[in-house]
Ligand binder design. Sequence first.
Ligand SMILES: Cc1cc2nc3c(=O)[nH]c(=O)nc-3n(C[C@H](O)[C@H](O)[C@H](O)COP(=O)(O)OP(=O)(O)OC[C@H]3O[C@@H](n4cnc5c(N)ncnc54)[C@H](O)[C@@H]3O)c2cc1C
Length: 396
Amino acid sequence: MRVLISGAGIAGPTLAYWLAHYGFEPTIVERAPELRSGGYVVDFWGLGFEITGRMGLIPELREKGYMVEEVRTVNSRGKRVAWFPASSFTRVTKGQFVSIARSDLSASIFSKIEDKVEALFGDSISRIEQDADTCHVTFESGLRRDFDLVIGADGLHSRVRELAFSDESQFEKYLGYKVAAFQAEGYRPRDELTYVMFTEVGQQIARFAMRNDRTMFLFTFADSLPHRPEEDTLAGRKALLHSRFGNSGWECPQILQALDSAGDLYFDRVGQIHLPSDRGAWSRGRVTLIGDAASCASLLAGEGSGLAIIAAYILAGELHRTQGDYVKAFANYQQLFAPFVRKKQKMALRYAGTFAPKSRMSLFLRNQIVNLLRIRWFADVAVSRDMRDDIAIPNY
Ligand SMILES: Cc1cc2nc3c(=O)[nH]c(=O)nc-3n(C[C@H](O)[C@H](O)[C@H](O)COP(=O)(O)OP(=O)(O)OC[C@H]3O[C@@H](n4cnc5c(N)ncnc54)[C@H](O)[C@@H]3O)c2cc1C
């Protein structure tokens, strides 16, 4: 079966890997001219981590990733006000935990398929027409090809979802926050293996020192408007961050100065994708969705990459198990994965206040909880509750 996968992020290459493994013929189309680089760092753990183990990727992920030692909150003068050792993450996940640049995780997965799978970079699907046997696909480049199935793994703002299902507004739940990330070279101080956060009411800026003298900065801030016109340009996005963080203390002036010279800035609203839960609602004929395109839980879940990998693994496994009976396979995938990811989405909402607390009192309480995480039993109970992956996957 020829399967077209839109998106070479996390879910797309994972799906391509497992489909190729089972004897399908996947093709990936990626809008960007090459694999995306830069961006933010993700915590990667759980069942998603275990699946990458089955792909033989763990040594590489450990080599490219980081074992964070401390999560630290500082005040406007840079003084540590709350912290906990990150060892509880490793303990609770039995060592299956690493922090890694999203782009490195994506590239590592992609490296497993690049010789085996056709990849079309710098193109995007512009039309999908289905008849009883085939998906007739037209690409923005003008290329036309036929496939048996089309899978949207093209992220929160999925094109496949828009073409085959409906407009984004039907499925997106805006959570009231914006997020931005960039990397700079030569920034000081570094605080190796420490995730440093400066949080004020309604906003937070964090920094994390990476290899090759690079530092990643992550801004999160509350915004009642899902979209502002100035967000459409790089200069407008930078101006917006200046207006939000320009009067803040800590290293904000210095970070904003580094931002001015950044050529690459990730910027987006924080949202979740909720497809309806009725039977068959996650597919339209020969088309279905995985990863953020189907069920984005947002950065607040801290597990979107792992969830994308789990979804890809299940979908490929079900297509294999049903010998390509896509109607059954799509239904089984939804039945197995949707309730699990719904719980993760609900859990994520509880964390919204930790990134950008709504009041001084919430900020104070958050810092107290951060300090409580230094108590081993408390950390283990609190962390394991939300990090558990309660899903039983068939043995494909
Ligand atoms: C700031 C931030 C922090 C996060 N932190 C964590 C974390 O700590 N842990 C964690 O597990 N997850 C985290 N996440 C979530 C995680 O990054 C996502 O859930 C994960 O990347 C989803 O994978 P995906 O493959 O579905 O989508 P993506 O990784 O977004 O990949 C989608 C791909 O599709 C491509 N694409 C888009 N449109 C088209 C098109 N029209 N045609 C072709 N290709 C297209 C894109 O270029 C991209 O390559 C975080 C997210 C953010 C924003």
